[in-house]
Design a protein around this ligand. Structure first.
Ligand code: F0G
Length: 350
């Protein structure tokens, strides 16, 4: 009998800031599929792998960090947690808080959270407050609240979040038996790219891998403060998860790109949606923000900046069901047929 995957804390306990006394709150997150993409490999001349973090328990990579943030909050005696979110952090925080028996408050930008994420946050019993402002304003508010009231902040400025999220890099190296040559990831609040670099540099320092990858982060064109070099007051993109104008981990992300000899670049909403549809045709349903990594890959291929034969990993950060609007929009309305095989066969052209 094979033991089941135990969640990132137990699987990587010796590399995480936990002790025997830490109460582990887990939904068995991590251990997500690394799927080889034949079409993207053929098109780019690289060995392309897709790390499907949408397969986490709440459908996004946030669970990797949330298991640690909530376990540590519980260890430190917290009774309540708070986060600001474009939707995935709040869905994850709500689920892990429910598991831990903690009160969860979330601050979301009014009218800008995808339906599935809101459903998750509500069903797990979080107190949802819609802020009359954008994500950046909501995060300031959450920080302010945590500074003055007895509530623990679980956004990625909480260092345990990044510690947990670095496990994605470990899993990729463990699966490939080496680090990839290039690692591509969407960038919003810039925590994830920073955490992945932490993971790779740790494996490098301990000799688990011989070389680190180059890290490439992709922001949406209308929400690309790092690329522009200045905060964006009114960020705009269809990829609501990364609709962020002033990322909390800005410096760390820039350092990750610089130290790894990669870059932070921007992709347009059109490129994001094209990548989103392509992934779906390969059987991977990832939300639009997730597709920014693949949009970046295709963009780099078109510019001729990829090295032939390179091993490339694109992170797909969240599940497509969270934001189903984009799947339904543009799809043809299903034709109605009588309940009769002949009619169905005729409709299908069989
Ligand atoms: N992809 C998805 C699906 C996300 O939900 C996020 C961030 C990112 C990428 C960007 O990751 O912020 O670490 O650079 N979502 C946050 C949230 C902001 O509130 O759920 P990042």
């Amino acid at each position: 009998m094979r033991p089941q995957w135990r969640g990132v804390i137990e699987e990587y306990r010796d590399r995480l800031p936990v002790s025997a006394d830490t109460p582990v709150v887990t939904l068995c997150e991590g251990g997500t599929p690394l799927v080889r993409s034949e079409p993207l490999s053929a098109e780019t001349g690289c060995q392309v792998w897709l790390k499907y973090d949408g397969a986490n328990p709440t459908g996004s990579f946030k669970d990797r960090g949330m298991t640690l943030a909530i376990s540590k909050a519980l260890e430190e005696g917290a009774k309540a947690i708070v986060c600001a979110s474009t939707g995935n952090t709040s869905a994850s925080a709500a689920a892990y808080a429910a598991k831990a028996g903690l009160t969860c408050a979330v601050l979301v930008p009014k009218g800008k959270v995808a339906l599935g994420k809101m459903a998750q946050t509500l069903v797990h019993g979080a107190r949802v407050l819609e802020v009359d402002g954008n994500f950046d304003e909501s995060l300031e508010l959450a920080k302010d609240l945590a500074a003055h009231y007895p509530v623990t902040l679980v956004n990625s400025v909480n260092p345990y979040r990044l510690q947990g999220q670095k496990t994605a890099a470990f899993e990729i190296c463990d699966a490939l038996g080496r680090a990839p040559d290039m690692h591509l990831v969407p960038v919003g609040n810039a925590g994830n790219i920073s955490s992945h670099w932490m993971g790779y540099t740790e494996y490098l320092a301990d000799g688990v891998v011989a070389e680190p990858p180059q890290l490439f982060g992709f922001q949406a064109q209308g929400a690309a403060p790092i690329v522009r070099g200045a905060p964006v007051a009114n960020p705009q993109t269809i990829a609501t998860a990364i609709r962020i104008g002033n990322p909390a981990s800005w410096e760390k992300a820039v350092a990750a790109a610089r130290e790894s000899e990669g870059a932070i670049a921007a992709v347009t909403d059109r490129e994001i949606l094209a990548a989103y549809r392509r992934l779906a045709r390969e059987g991977l349903f990832a939300e639009p923000a997730s597709a920014a990594s693949v949009a970046g890959l295709i963009h780099m291929a078109s510019e001729g900046t990829l090295t032939r034969g390179a091993t490339v990993v694109c992170i797909l950060t969240g599940h497509g069901l969270k934001d189903p609007e984009w799947a339904i929009q543009g799809a043809a309305h299903p034709p109605a047929v009588p309940a009769e095989a002949g009619a169905v066969a005729a409709e299908l052209g069989l």
